[in-house]
Design a protein around this ligand. Structure first.
Ligand code: ZN
Ligand code: ZN
Length: 451
């Protein structure tokens, strides 16, 4: 009987298959880049994922929270399950040279690279034959709607019961779709000053979503403004009142509130009677977020009161902060070791637990429920969410992260999945999936009573 390949050989087999399929992987990356889709609308991306899974004999389910996709490869035994995930959605960036002409969508957050890397991981694991030597399953997750945008549209989906939450991962959690995972592996693009891969050990802000509607009285703007109640002026007074309080936000809480007016009136010669604001209230902890939210609400009510307008303030579940105590060093250490083995010390930005990002991701929510780890990928230039963002090194963006993933998956699932079990044992969840859903329900109930 032939002896089974050892861990080093298995890693080599899987990594070689990433290289073997590099051209195909780059082509996948280009195709998704050219077909940017906004959250819960990622139909072409889902179809492309399904095609790749079919090509490699990977069973999959589609339409999970409208557009999500899940493919599965089974190991020789089932000691645990790892999910390799990618966000499928784009942002709106109409001035981007590669923006979709109809929607203005563009992949200037680099999520196309996440999907490409997870598909590359699937292709390499399926082609290499390593799964028959591993003791656990791997799920390939196309996750919808990471960007928390188009709140009116998303709220309609929630109200109609088509999804449970504004964000894709929360909806998957509510559906129980992450219940069978022992680890969630993900990536996000960033800039790493010439290095190929970064290991994330830091934390990020969380936030709640706010939809604010000022209601005035319409009237002829020239002939009879005195008969109207100007909802736009009410909103402006509200925003000025909010800005007057910014120095009461402490540095420790890292509050970020960045409202936009999504509707400023209907016709220029009519006193605006319906004015709408969307914003996040971001911060380092939920307590800090709720405290800042009180100031936001007070300010908006003050604006309405000054003008004699009405105001409706809606609060929606946002994303949880990524917290250092929820990290799983067993996994991040493996990711780092494998990245250094693949690309050398100079190719890797090692993770630093003191790093803090004031943006947010629903990756934070996942990390409250199951062990989760994320790498930073690169090969891009230009600021995220801007018209200048583009891929300049396709191998760095799509191929390199897949190599780190396959090597780490082999480590975690080899020999009875001992390291995966160790990672799981080192992690204490804050919530069960149901506990997470209940937490938001209770918080929204409180917000409605005090709002
Ligand atoms: Zn983004
Ligand atoms: Zn992003």
């Amino acid at each position: 009987m032939l002896s089974s390949p050892d861990r080093t050989e298995l890693k080599k087999m899987a990594v070689e298959q990433v290289d073997q399929h590099a051209d195909e992987i780059v082509e996948i990356g280009r195709t998704i880049w050219r077909n940017p889709e906004l959250g819960y609308k990622e139909k072409k991306t889902a179809a492309l994922m399904g095609d790749v899974f079919d090509r490699y004999g990977i069973p999959h389910r589609d339409g999970i929270a409208l557009t999500g996709v899940k493919g599965v490869l089974k190991g020789r035994s089932h000691e645990g399950t790892i999910g390799v995930a990618g966000d499928m959605d784009c942002v709106v960036c109409p001035d981007h040279p590669d923006a979709d002409l109809e929607t203005g969508g563009a992949h200037s957050c680099g999520h196309h690279g996440q999907v490409t890397a997870l598909l590359a991981t699937a292709i390499a694991l399926a082609s290499s034959g390593v799964m028959e030597h591993l003791d656990g399953d791997v799920q390939f997750i196309g996750m919808p709607a990471e960007e928390y945008v188009e709140l009116d549209f998303r709220k309609r989906l929630v109200d109609k019961g088509l999804v449970d939450f504004i964000g894709g991962k929360a909806s998957w959690i509510a559906l129980g779709e992450l219940d069978d995972l022992d680890l969630y592996l993900a990536s996000h693009s960033g800039r790493l000053d010439g290095r190929l891969v970064g290991i994330q050990r830091g934390s990020t802000n969380g936030f709640i979503g706010k939809m604010i509607r000022f209601k005035g009285q319409d009237a002829h703007a020239g002939a009879a403004p005195h008969l109207g109640v100007n909802a736009l002026q009410a909103a402006i007074v509200g925003l000025v009142a909010l800005n007057a309080q910014r120095d009461t936000f402490t540095e420790a809480d890292l509050i970020r509130i960045h409202p936009i007016i999504t509707k400023g009136g209907d016709l220029v010669n009519v006193v605006p009677a319906d004015v709408r604001i969307e914003t996040y209230v971001r911060g380092k902890t939920l307590d800090a977020i709720w405290s800042a939210d009180e100031k936001l609400e007070r300010s908006m009510r003050a604006g309405a009161m000054a003008l004699g307008a009405g105001v409706e303030i809606g609060t929606m579940p946002g994303y949880l902060p990524q917290r250092p105590e929820l990290a799983v060093p067993v996994v991040t250490d493996l990711l780092e070791e494998n990245a250094v083995a693949l690309f050398g010390e100079t190719g890797v930005k090692r993770g630093d637990p003191s790093e803090y990002g004031t943006a947010s991701s629903d990756f934070g929510d996942v990390s409250h429920i199951i062990p989760a780890a994320r790498i930073t990928t690169t090969g891009v230039v230009g600021a995220g969410h801007s018209k200048d963002f583009r891929v300049t090194d396709e191998h760095a963006a799509y191929v390199a992260p897949a190599k780190v993933f396959v090597a780490t998956i082999v480590d975690l699932l080899h020999d009875g999945a001992g390291l995966l079990k160790q990672a799981k044992a080192s992690y204490k969840p804050v919530f069960t999936a149901q506990g997470y859903v209940n937490m938001w329900k209770e918080a929204m109930g409180r917000a409605a009573r005090t709002g």
